[in-house]
Design a protein around this ligand. Structure first.
Ligand code: SAM
Length: 382
């Protein structure tokens, strides 16, 4: 842990506080801000925090003492903990999480409320400031992710999107078999099940004519082609010379695939692609190419043109890293509400299915469904 990076966070907060929308900053926030700044300037305390253990009891006590603004008692307690466990690290990170979870009065809660009430442009400013700063610090990453999350929560609340488990949407899903090779293990992303789900949805809906926007290596393409002998997958990607970053990889897995005869590759920019020869022909369309708002909008418009009545469109990367997709789905869902598969970055549109009235298929009960079941509130009417 690099202690020197800590003050950057406070510079950031100070800058936010001083430069932006001062009228919106509550009195309470300002009180916390001054207190927190004073506290954090105390180098001894900073060092103590960082040398402490990843110990939730200490973190809870710290949060309480911070709430009471009892710096003296806090320092005493932290010192005592250090003596007990001199080598442990990661402490501030933990405190940060506990603050977020437990406190209704701390600076971060106030800051959170304040941030969530800012106009869209605020988030761009936040991003710029974070980019200017040192992003390696875990605090920076936390704040950034948290900022994104707040932004996403806001966008999501404006969307007509219903969150369900895959099995609630497709009752036969447990009987579907998909090659495990569809998982992109090297992607380092938490949502590695997504591509298995994409192929499973195509199989569950008995799709035979499939279109994919965005081939990359062709891993999902091959998985889709594997779902049945009568399947045809048409996959579109920029020509390699137009996308040097992806160029060495485009379609590479297709060449070696036993299913390559079921696959047709198109090399074109999707913005210039003419979907009319495929009008109303596709049972299943996977949108995973240009993740900008305009890219998602273009590909979706063309997907709708190619979709057979009753067909399914699935979008990938409904996620913080691709806000264009998030924002596009918000707008798209106003006229065509969509499902999101819980715990994934997948959004699903099924032609002819009324998302509001859809009755989820029952799932076997589990502790997790009781504790983490998504919000079942009816969608807002547009
Ligand atoms: C996220 S990757 C696709 C991943 C793939 N669907 C999979 O599941 O493995 C995005 C791909 O879209 C391509 N792409 C980006 N913009 C595009 C555009 N405007 N038209 C066509 N392809 C595009 C990129 O070259 C890249 O290969």
């Amino acid at each position: 842990m690099n202690y020197k990076k800590i003050p950057n966070l406070f510079l950031l907060i100070k800058k936010l506080y001083e430069d932006r929308q001062l009228s919106r900053v509550t009195e309470n926030f300002s009180k916390n801000y001054d207190y927190w700044l004073a506290l954090i300037k105390n180098k001894e305390l900073q060092n103590l925090m960082f040398r402490l253990s990843d110990d939730s009891e200490t973190a809870r006590l710290t949060a309480r003492l911070l709430d009471r603004q009892d710096a003296k008692e806090l320092t005493r307690m932290l010192l005592a903990r250090i003596e007990e466990s001199p080598d442990r690290t990661n402490y501030l990170h933990k405190i940060f999480r506990v603050w977020k979870a437990n406190s209704n009065w701390t600076l971060f809660t106030q800051l959170s409320n304040w941030i969530s009430n800012q106009p869209e442009e605020f988030y761009n400013i936040l991003e710029e400031l974070l980019i200017e700063g040192e992003l390696n610090s875990s605090l920076y990453r936390n704040l950034q992710q948290w900022g994104f999350q707040l932004k996403l929560d806001k966008i999501r609340s404006q969307s007509r999107i219903r969150e369900l488990y895959l099995a609630e949407l497709f009752p036969n899903i447990n009987d579907i078999k998909i090659p495990i090779g569809v998982i992109h293990e090297e992607s380092h992303q938490a949502n590695q099940v997504d591509m298995l789900y994409v192929c499973a949805i195509a199989a569950a809906t008995k799709a035979t004519n499939i279109f994919e926007f965005g081939t990359y290596r062709g891993q999902t393409t091959c998985g889709l082609a594997a779902i049945g002998e009568d399947v045809r997958v048409t996959t579109l990607n920029l020509p390699p010379e137009q996308d040097p970053r992806y160029a060495p990889y485009i379609g590479k897995l297709i060449q070696e695939s036993p299913y390559r005869d079921r696959i047709v590759q198109i090399f074109a920019d999707s913005r210039a692609f003419d979907p009319s020869p495929y009008a109303k022909q596709m049972d299943f369309i996977f949108v995973d190419a240009d993740h900008s708002y305009k890219g998602a909008e273009n590909d979706t418009r063309k997907a709708l043109e190619m979709l057979k009545p009753g067909g399914t469109i699935v979008w990938h990367d409904y996620a913080a890293k691709t806000p264009g997709v998030y924002e596009f789905i918000r707008d798209f869902s106003q006229t065509r509400p969509v499902f999101r598969i819980w715990n994934t970055c997948l959004v699903v549109y099924i032609d002819g299915v009324d998302v509001d009235r859809f009755e989820p298929y029952p799932m076997p009960s589990s502790l997790e469904t009781v504790e983490y079941t998504p919000d079942r509130k009816p969608l807002k009417r547009s």
